[in-house]
Design a protein around this ligand. Structure first.
Ligand code: T6T
Length: 330
């Protein structure tokens, strides 16, 4: 993919945990005395998909830096698990504080529509960062990688690694209803069909859990002896798949293409546990999210869909692509 960014036309309080520890923000004091529509209201809230995870930590770093530069404050409230039942109470809980805008990565493309619409109806600007709802009427702007293209890129990368070898490939996905990873699988499936030597045996869900991903790899190695490749659609599934292959003594024999570039994935790429990673640019997703929120709040021009960089990283080019490695703290 290109390094050039493209703007496309195209509860409980206990459940709240803080990415703030990693990035220095504060949580739980959203909003101020002024209402959401007042120009004096400079309060933003970031609701990532899950806490303490390098993709969202990197996003939070981008959000915090841009908010500071633009004279806004940002509080981050993240669910402990990537699921709507942990995320929904956070969304409804901030209504009373009336932040000016909320930047959110909805953990389900349907289940979060109601809670997010409540924000919109309360006059709070809603900006989607990373994932999105099926209902495009709620958010004013959505900033994301082009995930379908990311899946296609993963298929091309895996096909190149496999070469003329004949055999089966598997997709390890997170949970159905996650807009990003659903799109990655869709793009992968379309593209891999172009390679007659490769048989796509379908996707298995891991509930975004590395341990489940590892055990699905070992089970598939037994049921599918001609397995030659795996595409893991995100960070946890990838880290788990690398463990599964290692445990089975199949590292390097079954090609593994992951998504994201967590510190663990990057060290696993270096030691040969992954053959390639498709990395995103979460800090820019966060920065653009703030810019769009501020534009929406100040009568500026808002871009409905913004697509950010995706790059394929291998051991050979990893030194040149290190700016895409995710952070564990800002
Ligand atoms: O891959 C990212 C993100 O894009 C996706 O929506 C959910 O999983 C990650 O956060 C990585 O764990």
């Amino acid at each position: 993919m290109t390094d050039t960014r493209k703007i496309a036309g195209l509860a409980a309080l206990a459940a709240v945990s803080l990415l703030a520890t990693a990035c220095g923000g504060q949580v739980g004091q959203t909003g101020g005395s002024s209402g959401s529509s007042s120009p004096d209201n400079k309060n933003l809230v970031l609701i990532p998909g899950v806490s303490a995870e390098p993709f969202y930590i990197s996003m939070q770093c981008g959000v915090e830096a841009e908010a500071k530069a633009k004279g806004y404050t940002v509080k981050t409230q993240a669910p402990q698990k990537f699921n709507p039942s942990d995320q929904t109470p956070i969304v409804t809980g901030i209504l009373a504080n009336k932040p000016a805008a909320v930047l959110i990565a909805p953990t389900d493309d349907k289940a979060l529509a109601g809670p997010m619409k409540q924000l919109k109806d309360a006059g709070i600007k809603v900006i989607e960062v990373d994932t999105s709802l099926q209902d495009t009427s709620v958010a004013q702007s959505s900033i994301s990688s082009n995930n379908e293209q990311g899946g296609q890129l993963a298929a091309q990368t895996l096909a190149k690694l496999v070469g003329d070898k004949k055999g089966s490939v598997l997709v390890l996905n997170t949970t159905a209803g996650t807009s990003t990873t659903d799109a990655r699988e869709k793009g992968f499936k379309q593209e891999i069909a172009k390679y007659p030597n490769i048989k796509y045996v379908g996707q298995q869900y891991t509930d975004n859990d590395a341990a489940q991903s590892a055990s699905k790899v070992t089970a598939t190695l037994s049921s599918t002896p001609d397995l030659i490749g795996i595409f893991a659609t995100n960070l946890n599934t990838g880290e788990g798949a690398a463990t599964g292959l290692r445990t089975a003594g199949k590292t390097g024999q079954v090609n593994l293409v992951g998504f994201d570039a967590s510190p663990k994935e990057v060290s696993d790429l270096k030691d040969g546990s992954f053959q390639a990673l498709i990395a995103q640019d979460p800090a820019t997703i966060g920065k653009d999210g703030v810019d769009q929120a501020v534009a929406a709040l100040t009568g500026g021009s808002v871009t409905r869909n913004i697509s950010t960089d995706l790059v394929s990283i291998t051991k050979d080019n990893m030194d040149q692509q290190s700016k895409y490695f995710y952070k564990s703290s800002c």
